[in-house]
Design a protein around this ligand. Sequence first.
Ligand code: SF4
Length: 206
Amino acid sequence: MAALRAKYPAACALTHSNPLELLVATILSAQTTDARVNQVTPALFVRMPTACDYAQADPAELEALIHSTGFFRAKARSLIGMGTVLCHEFQGQVPHTMSELTRLPGVGRKTANVVLGVGFGIPGFPVDTHVARLSNRLGLVKTRDPVKIETEVCRMVPAGEWTDFSLRLITHGRLVCTARRPRCELCGLATWCPSSTVAATRSAKP
Ligand code: SF4
């Protein structure tokens, strides 16, 4: 955890100034980089500062604003749906429970956990494909079941670290410990990682 913290000081790199902006940025971050999201959100947040602005958005205008983040039609649909539910059922405010957040279009457990942990300081350990892969490679768990991974890792890690640890694992999984070819030679965790190819090479030498 200390090594990951040193490598990725800002666990959440999505630029935001309130829970709504964080929710929108997290929805946009699917299948793209945080840096790419941060390029489009300044103009988006000025144009659409409230949840009701998303509810009433012209799909074509919204698609143009978020175009470079990819999957822009699906993301625009999610944002309009999200804004509609927030505007009509939550007085335009982002709720802070898992059950309410996951009722919003485009919001699954992972996005909800980010909003809860980073936006409201309510700890959670979102398990996506990166967290599942890295938890296994690092030897923390021996299961692909997201619920079991969440339960087991949360037992090992203080609650105050859950959200940031998960977000840092996701970043590391995207940048270094990728699914296809982990770049162990560049990895700051290779010393401790039982799956490290660098360690395997070293230990194979006399
Ligand atoms: S040492 Fe290799 S397998 Fe282990 S976490 Fe780093 S990149 Fe992944």
